[in-house]
Write a protein that binds this ligand. Structure first.
Ligand code: FAD
Length: 572
């Protein structure tokens, strides 16, 4: 086997608690995988210091995630490492589906222009983690990264947690206001607290063969059902950086993993697929099965479960790390607000509500894809093959074909943080939705809408109103800015004079019209965005009262009220 990547070794430093007795920290993050590292950086940006504890001293070993989705890249861009990952990664947006020896159809995941981030990149998980570590190291005051620190015990109470940490130099105790459990699919924290993660276990085995070769294939996702070179099973091909190609072979439930991992057994499979004349070297081989499952609650006292520790999916659709990072973004602004005393602790319950919804959606897609790829009975297989056959000529059948619906961010429909929508809007960008990017200009300089949103509350207002309504709108906006100091304004211009002098406001031009089209903007239309850039509320006609109420709601104040009401009712 060849190696194109050498795992870095991060230094272990004996923690001060080994000498000085139990330590204290506002947040401990257990696990420096994609979820834990992203959380540490996001929390640092929200002014929250954390101690990150990992039992290892390097990034992910071997081949795991490779596909990172647009929304994840937007989040990582906000955190300061998305661009580097895109530059290193292999960008793609086209997928092709083959049945037997023929292409039956293709799909484009981002057919339109005007987005900063691509539909997907392929980047080995170890590179992604390395970029995250480097980024985390840029916050030495806020992020205390502790390698070779393994959690061996946890004592969780309603008001805090004590962790027992094992190091090469002995044990120490760490008292934390909050713990983020990011310790992966087999979370020890979950087990030590006696909590369950329930769902479905799939028995089919899959072989990952990462091969190094110079090949002419385009940078697209190719998925074969029942191809002549691997009859009865499926195969997936992806290009990664450094001329590494990921090939996933479905093996069926009875395959012997030890045999399948042997190079002499992998070579003929790969050669049958690529042709005898293609020269390649094997970089990595592993055999995996998977589970689709989640915890019933992601919160236990002040322990918050994130990433694979909270929920797991099959690799089809690339929803694991992508879903995990979207969950992290959901949590961090809320935790930051709660720790700074700017929101009630009940706001954290909305992390559970919203991400349970997200996890269930991811698990649903992932399970359906797995069922389609691995039909369990001859009858189901016959239906599956009929759908594949029809999909070549009939677009309706393509909706039935499922080679993995690729990761999309969840819309938090029904979230207690949303303010009811009016029916004067199309459903795109309804409250709870993730944002849509667009190229815009500010003072003649080109920038991106998501850069202007950042990680604070923002009010987008189409300020291209007539002079007759401008004064009224300006008064309402002034009242909002006075009442809610953390909200900033993004006014789509050109705006009339009355709107030019407002504090905390930026006038944004939309020369190509992408922002207006994606938000269905009309003069006076307004959107309130949360710090995770999701839509909290929108109106055709804004009033100060509506915006202030929506902001209060998005901060979880209505959750506290309803809890107080419940307690009062229980007391009565
Ligand atoms: C074959 C395969 C392909 C995949 N492809 C994709 C894909 O294309 N796209 C995608 O989005 N996802 C994909 N995934 C899923 C992705 O790899 C995971 O979702 C992701 O790694 C989860 O990140 P995490 O940080 O939550 O957990 P992990 O990456 O598992 O990190 C957990 C960390 O916690 C540490 N740890 C564990 N226990 C302790 C302890 N007691 N004390 C201290 N530290 C501890 C571990 O050392 C580790 O560093 C794939 C997975 C597999 C297996």
């Amino acid at each position: 086997m060849v190696r194109t990547y050498r795992n870095p070794e991060f230094p272990y430093t004996p923690p001060p608690e080994l000498e000085g007795g139990p330590g204290r920290c506002p947040v401990a993050i257990v696990g420096a995988g994609p979820s834990g590292l992203t959380a540490a950086i996001d929390l640092a940006r929200h002014g929250v210091a954390s101690v990150v504890l990992d039992d290892n001293n390097t990034v992910s070993i071997g081949s795991r995630a490779i596909c990172f989705a647009k929304r994840t890249l937007e989040i990582l861009d906000r955190l300061g490492c998305g661009e580097a990952m895109v530059n290193k990664g292999v960008t793609w947006q086209l997928g092709k589906v083959f049945f037997h020896d023929r292409e039956v159809y293709r799909f484009n995941l981002l057919p339109e222009e005007g987005h900063r981030m691509p539909a997907f990149i392929n980047l080995q998980q170890y590179y992604a983690e390395e970029y995250l570590v480097r980024r985390a190291q840029a916050f030495p005051e806020q992020i205390d990264l502790r390698w070779k620190n393994r959690i061996t015990g946890i004592d969780s109470r309603p008001d805090g947690t004590r962790l027992t940490v094992d190091t090469p130099d002995g044990d120490y105790a760490l008292d934390c206001d909050y713990v983020l459990a990011a310790d992966g699919a087999n979370s020890g924290i979950r087990d030590m607290l006696g909590l369950e993660c329930s769902g479905q276990v799939f028995n089919d085995r899959f072989l990952i063969a990462d091969v190094v070769m110079k090949a002419e294939f385009p940078t697209e996702r190719w998925f074969w059902f029942d191809p002549p070179f691997h009859p009865g099973q499926s195969v997936l091909l992806h290009k990664q950086p450094d001329d590494v190609w990921r090939i996933d072979f479905q093996l069926g439930p009875d395959a012997d993993p030890d045999e399948e991992k042997k190079e002499e057994n992998i070579r003929p499979r790969v050669q049958a697929m690529l042709g005898d004349d293609v020269d390649f070297q094997l970089e990595w081989a592993s055999v995996y099965t998977f589970r689709c499952r989640k915890m019933d609650s992601f919160i236990y006292n002040r322990v918050l479960f994130i990433g694979d520790a909270s929920a797991q999916v099959s690799p089809f659709g690339a929803r694991g790390a992508n879903g995990g990072i979207q969950g992290v973004e959901n949590l961090c602004w809320k935790l930051g607000r709660v720790i700074h005393g700017e929101a009630p602790e009940e706001l954290l319950a909305s992390y559970d509500a919203e991400r349970q919804h997200g996890a269930a959606e991811n698990i649903g897609h992932s399970t359906r894809a797995t069922d389609f790829i691995t039909p369990k009975t001859p009858t189901i297989r016959a239906f599956r093959d009929a759908a594949l056959q029809l999909s070549e000529h009939y677009p309706f059948a393509r909706a039935l074909v499922n080679s993995g619906r690729l990761s999309r961010p969840c819309v938090y429909d029904g979230s207690p943080l949303n303010t009811g929508d009016s029916d004067a809007f199309p459903s795109l960008l309804r409250p709870g939705s993730p944002p849509e990017d667009a190229p815009v200009t500010v003072h003649g300089q080109q920038t991106w809408w998501l850069h202007l949103l950042g990680d604070r509350f923002h009010l987008l207002v189409d300020g291209r109103v007539g002079v007759d309504t401008a004064d009224g709108l300006a008064d309402a906006l002034r009242a909002v800015l006075d009442a809610v100091p953390e909200v900033s304004l993004r006014l789509v211009g050109p705006v009339p004079h009355a709107l030019r002098q407002l504090p905390r406001s930026t006038i944004v031009e939309d020369p190509q019209g992408y922002l207006a089209a994606r938000h269905d903007l009309r003069p006076g239309t307004a959107y309130l965005f949360r710090p995770d850039q999701h839509v909290a509320a929108r109106w055709r006609e804004l009033t100060a009262g509506r915006v202030i109420d929506a902001h209060n709601r998005a901060l979880g104040h209505s959750l506290r009220t309803s809890q107080e009401e419940r307690h009062a009712a229980a007391g009565a």
